[in-house]
Design a protein around this ligand. Structure first.
Ligand SMILES: [Zn+2]
Length: 329
């Protein structure tokens, strides 16, 4: 008998702006990767075929066919139920309402498919192949335009009763704070995300603040983002420094809540805003230390995510790998 081919998995990271697909082996080695634009505005009727195209392209690049794949894992931006494989709704994917994504992909490809939230996929990626290897209790925090998280308790992703657990970006930090995309007020991500930082900078500029931030954005307020504000701060712009300090403060407040509730051994921080590094994370961790229980703070380790943009596809592939384990010989 010939040797059995090594098991391969398709990992898909479905975001509001991009679809990233990879062919991955059981050890987390990426054989090929496809990067496509999400036709988000056209809804699931366009996005699902785009996902299938992306999978076909990744397979093609690896010189593989669908029959050579063991299973498919999808990490999707939005609220979903990993048990039923239904994506309920997504702030970044307009038009998605109770879409049975797992079932649709399974029918198209004839392969077992598993669905999880994108931040949970990133957490699984870091748990299986990245910064949180061997951790039992840890939180992955994705700091971007918003704040996403995957919470791992006793080695397992905490998904909750309906599958929507881990939405830490929407814990209320300031009951009368800024309006959030979710409809609530003062959610953590309205105070401590890249989106919050850019909004605060625009507001201050509109009020007539003296700052070089706009120069770094080529005079266009729409181009103001965390990177621009960081550059201004590094060049000594005092407003940029103050804005980052404010975000860091609120980041620390939320971190203290998470540390008190979950007592994690590790908090792994990823996402675009984490590239700001110590300028942001240093004061945030200090603020968390001032607020959290000492016993819990003493044991928590803060680490930067190791897998970068691949955390989602690798986690989705790991989900597929682990979900079919035991059902295969
Ligand atoms: Zn919210």
């Amino acid at each position: 008998m010939p040797d059995k081919a090594e098991p391969l998995f398709l990992g898909v990271d479905l975001g509001g702006t991009k679809i990233l697909t990879a062919v991955v082996n059981a050890q987390g080695k990426i054989l090929s990767r496809d990067h496509s634009v999400t036709p988000a505005a056209e809804g699931p009727k366009a996005v699902i075929p785009a996902m299938l195209d992306s999978m076909a392209s990744a397979l093609n690049q690896a010189g593989k066919n669908v029959p050579e794949i063991s299973a498919v894992g999808i990490g999707a931006a939005g609220l979903s139920n990993p048990r039923t494989g239904v994506l309920f709704t997504s702030p970044n994917l307009p038009g998605w309402r109770d879409v049975p994504l797992k079932g649709i992909i399974e029918k198209k490809l004839g392969k077992k498919t598993f669905l999880i939230n994108d931040a949970n996929a990133a957490a699984l990626g870091e748990l299986c192949f990245g910064a949180a290897r061997n951790a039992c209790n840890f939180i992955y925090l994705g700091l971007g335009t918003g704040i996403g998280a995957g919470i791992v308790v006793d080695g397992k992703i905490c998904t909750g009763a309906a599958g929507t657990a881990g939405e830490v970006g929407h814990m209320v930090i300031h009951d009368d704070g800024p309006r959030c995309n979710c409809g609530n007020r003062g959610c953590w991500e309205t105070l401590a995300s890249g989106g919050a930082l850019a909004r605060d900078a625009r507001d201050k500029i509109k009020e007539g603040a003296r700052t070089s931030i706009l120069d770094y954005a080529a005079g266009d307020t729409e181009k103001i983002d965390a990177e621009v504000i960081q550059k201004a701060a590094q060049d000594g712009d005092s407003l940029a420094g103050e804005l980052i300090a404010r975000i860091a403060y609120y980041l620390g407040v939320g971190l203290a809540n998470l540390i008190n509730i979950f007592n994690p051994e590790m908090i792994v921080i990823g996402g675009g805003l984490s590239n700001m590094g110590d300028m942001l994370l240093g004061p945030a961790c200090e603020e968390a230390g001032r607020r959290a229980f000492k016993q819990a703070y003493r044991v928590v380790r803060f680490a930067r995510a190791e897998l970068g943009r691949n955390s989602g596809v690798l986690g989705a592939a790991a989900l597929a790998r682990d979900s079919i384990a035991g059902t295969q010989d």
